[in-house]
Write a protein that binds this ligand. Structure first.
Ligand code: NDP
Length: 322
């Protein structure tokens, strides 16, 4: 089978299309023939070595497809089932052997590609808006990179809750998409100062929560636009990691809260994984959550997909098709 392997961390060229044996399942695993692999920013961090993975490894954390074989102890899925997952390594491949308890059955009416596109970013947008900082109607959220994969889903969920969404994006095209997703205000943060703009838009009061996946270039200013006792949710570092930080600033800027959450802790049990993925699929089925899948690449073009993602050229979801 074909797979995208990293032998040494590095730039996009570190990803090689290789031929590997089709995996055999361990007792608790199911082998899946992939219909689509999701591309996520975490794949970039792992490819670069910013997040360490034992070498060599097959990249990719997210996907969907059809179960072909199961290990001796598996009862949760069977051959022929359509399943999807997030947070399991080895997804940039034609086949993958995955821990069966981490696989979610795809509801009928949802295509494999849609499921692959919804798992990681959809469940992330869900936990951020419903659990990390449970937004309420009438509250105001600042969402950075609002036309990105997580961004477009988070804007829709925040809008559906009834919150006011202030969105930052880098281009007019992205501004249009964020507005269509439900953003009330748009700031082109590459052209104007989002700190001054957010203060103006909130009449100096500040926002209840900042959802920040950009990190290095936005974190400090983000603290300045929070209301007293507001919450900074730092959930990524697309522009680079936030440098070490003196906690006294949180007191000086208004007794603020900072959290650095990750999806794994919000899908830690089978029950929570099923509830959260079910909520996301339910929103999709009800027409309340629209996925934007305009960037699909053949598996062998993973390098191009990463260049586009890192080059800020993409909006919504990127998929690799084996
Ligand atoms: P996106 O589609 O959001 O792509 C990244 C976006 O970040 C770009 O499109 C760009 O939007 C913006 N950006 C700002 N500065 C830079 C820069 N210097 N280089 C590149 N991009 C930049 O990716 P994903 O939806 O896959 O992921 C978004 C973020 O969320 C990532 O940081 C990821 O690690 C994080 N994440 C965290 C999870 C968690 O549980 N903690 C789970 C899932 C994702 P623009 O051009 O508009 O600025």
């Amino acid at each position: 089978m074909k797979a995208i392997q990293v032998k040494q961390p590095g730039g996009p060229e570190a990803m090689e299309l290789v031929e590997l044996p089709v995996p055999q399942p361990k007792a608790n695993e199911a082998v899946v023939k992939l219909s689509a692999s999701g591309v996520n920013f975490i794949d970039v961090y792992q490819r670069e070595g910013r997040y360490k993975v034992p070498l060599p490894f097959v990249l990719g954390q997210e996907g969907a497809g059809v179960v072909t074989t199961v290990g001796a102890d598996v009862t949760s899925v069977k051959p022929g089932d359509h399943v999807a997952w997030a947070g399991l390594m080895g997804s940039y491949a034609e086949y993958a052997s995955m821990t069966a308890d981490k696989l979610v059955p795809i509801p009928s009416g949802i295509a494999d590609q849609q499921a692959a596109a919804a798992m990681l970013q959809g469940m992330t947008a869900h936990y951020l808006s419903h659990d990390t900082y449970p937004l309420k109607r009438g509250e105001t959220a600042l969402v950075h990179a609002a036309a990105g994969g997580v961004g477009l889903l988070l804007v829709q969920m925040a809008h559906n809750i009834g919150a006011r969404v202030i969105a930052t994006v880098s281009t007019d095209e992205k501004a249009k998409l964020a507005r269509e997703a439900g953003a009330d205000e748009i700031i082109l943060y590459t052209q104007s100062d989002f700190e001054a703009e957010t203060k103006r838009l909130t009449g100096g009061k500040g926002v209840d929560v900042v959802y920040d996946s950009v990190g290095k270039t936005t974190f400090d200013k983000g603290l300045n636009v929070l209301r007293p006792r507001g919450v900074m949710v730092l959930f990524g570092g697309s522009s680079g990691a936030v440098p070490p930080f003196d906690l006294i600033a949180l007191s000086q800027k208004g007794s603020l809260y900072v959290t650095r959450p990750t999806l794994g802790h919000y899908t830690a049990t089978r029950e929570e994984l099923m509830t959260r993925s079910g909520a996301v699929f339910g929103m999709m089925a009800a027409g309340k959550l629209k996925l934007r899948i305009e960037h699909t690449y053949p598996l062998g073009e993973a390098q191009r997909a990463h260049r586009d993602l890192e080059g800020r050229k993409t909006t919504g979801k990127l998929l690799l098709i084996p």
